[in-house]
Design a protein around this ligand. Structure first.
Ligand code: GLV
Ligand code: MN
Ligand code: MN
Length: 411
């Protein structure tokens, strides 16, 4: 028999986590803010109650380490949110991991198996996307992480001092112990619902490049400055944005997406020519060569615009997440568990969203499980998943975790 999850306990913990920063059905809980830290302390308490050795490490990761020895499975996701986020993005995978740890501990035949669980800091990138998993896997240096800053210019180093974590050591992946990584997540898209499936087994995770383009012109009076004499940073942004859209559209493959998610005009007033403007540009695809071509097209158009003037444009890469295939063996464990609990109602699919699992995939075999998102909505307060689908996904994950751990620890 599979370890049995407790759906009521699972939903109750998910709802308690939502109460930290709740905003209607959604949540505002960006990394390192007061409610984020309060949620982390609550989570560490729940991990300790589940019999795990709980700590908040030197970058804010919440880690629940099993007291059991052996080849461990690591499971987790994130509890930080977008500026206006859904209640399940990340939270689902963290509370699933907690519930699976409890279900294993309550299962006599499996209580000896080592399952470590975590909430990774700042997956959503308020400071630096996947900061916590990058720190844990040492795929980024401590100094680079500490220098990363949020849109107010506050650095991770300052945030760590403010929340009292500056003197804590970062926890690290232990290659002898951590032999596999599993993460569950809401799909955040429409595919499972459209296909009438209840579980997704992720085959690969998309690569994501995020750029910040800064436009420097001359702030001036919007009535007295003739058009030919303006150095209008806002106008330069609009023109370049339209050219970028055309060029990236021409390069795009079937699953390529690109988004201008943020534009700032400074100072942003009806009667002032913007002296400064900023925009983000993000593009995603599974093919890193295509992403390189898109990055080169952005460089070329920016250089052309700089040659034409009269506004100076600068570009910085604010985040770079490489695409990652998921481990075939772990996918098969998830698929077998899905077939057991939801026969014929699961499918394999790629992920168009970024996840901590793509950071882990470089260091340790990694895989992901998806549950449906109602209406395919995510990164929005309206994000939701039915309670029945939430419970089923956790039971599938519990079965898969047990079979992975049994395989890892077979004498
Ligand atoms: C993760 O939240 C992403 O933006 O893909
Ligand atoms: Mn997420
Ligand atoms: Mn997200």
């Amino acid at each position: 028999m599979a370890p049995q999850i407790d759906p009521e306990r699972l939903l109750s913990d998910l709802k308690t986590l939502r109460s930290f920063g709740a905003c209607g059905n959604g949540v505002v809980r960006q990394s390192f803010c007061d409610v984020d830290m309060a949620a982390r302390r609550w989570l560490a308490g729940r991990m300790a109650e589940a019999g795990l050795e709980a700590r908040i490490d030197g970058v804010g990761n919440v880690i629940g380490r099993s007291p059991n020895d052996g080849r461990a499975l690591l499971m987790g996701s994130h509890t930080d949110t977008q500026p206006r986020g859904g209640w399940l993005d990340g939270a689902l995978g963290v509370i699933y991991a907690l519930e699976v740890a409890r279900a294993l501990a309550e299962d006599r035949a499996r209580a000896h198996l080592p399952l470590d669980i975590a909430s990774w800091m700042d997956e959503e990138g308020s400071y630096l996307g996947c900061l916590g998993s990058a720190s844990f896997t040492e795929s980024m240096g401590d100094e680079e992480i500490r220098r990363a800053a949020n849109s107010d210019g506050r650095s991770v180093a300052d945030a760590l001092i403010a929340v009292g974590l500056a003197d804590q050591a970062p926890a690290r992946l232990e290659p002898e112990r951590h032999r596999a990584y599993l993460e569950a997540h809401i799909e955040q898209g429409p595919v499972l619902e459209a296909e009438g499936k209840l579980i997704g087994v992720v085959t690969s995770i998309v690569g994501v490049r995020t750029l910040t383009l800064t436009f420097s012109g001359q702030q001036n009076h919007a009535g007295t400055t003739p058009m030919a004499l303006r150095r209008d940073a806002g106008d330069a942004l609009i023109v370049l944005a339209a050219r970028l859209r055309e060029a990236l559209g021409a390069l795009a493959a079937e699953r390529t997406v690109f988004t201008i998610g943020r534009i700032v005009f400074d100072p942003g007033a009806d009667s002032i020519i913007p002296g400064r403007a900023e925009m983000s540009l993000q593009f995603r695809d599974g093919d890193e060569v295509l992403l390189d071509r898109m990055a080169a097209a952005v460089d070329r158009l920016m250089e052309e615009a700089n040659r034409a003037g009269p506004v100076r444009i600068e570009l910085a890469e604010s985040s770079h997440l490489e695409s990652a295939p998921m481990d075939p063996g772990l996918q098969d464990h998830l698929a077998a568990a899905a077939e057991r609990h939801a026969p014929g109602q699961w499918m394999r699919m790629p992920s168009g969203a970024a996840h901590d699992a793509q950071i882990f995939a470089r260091r340790v075999p990694s895989a992901m499980l998806f549950v449906p998102s109602i209406g395919g909505i995510s990164h929005d307060f309206a994000e939701d998943t039915s309670e029945a689908d939430i419970a089923l996904g956790c039971q599938v994950l519990a079965s898969a975790a047990a079979s992975v751990l049994e395989e890892l620890n077979r004498p």
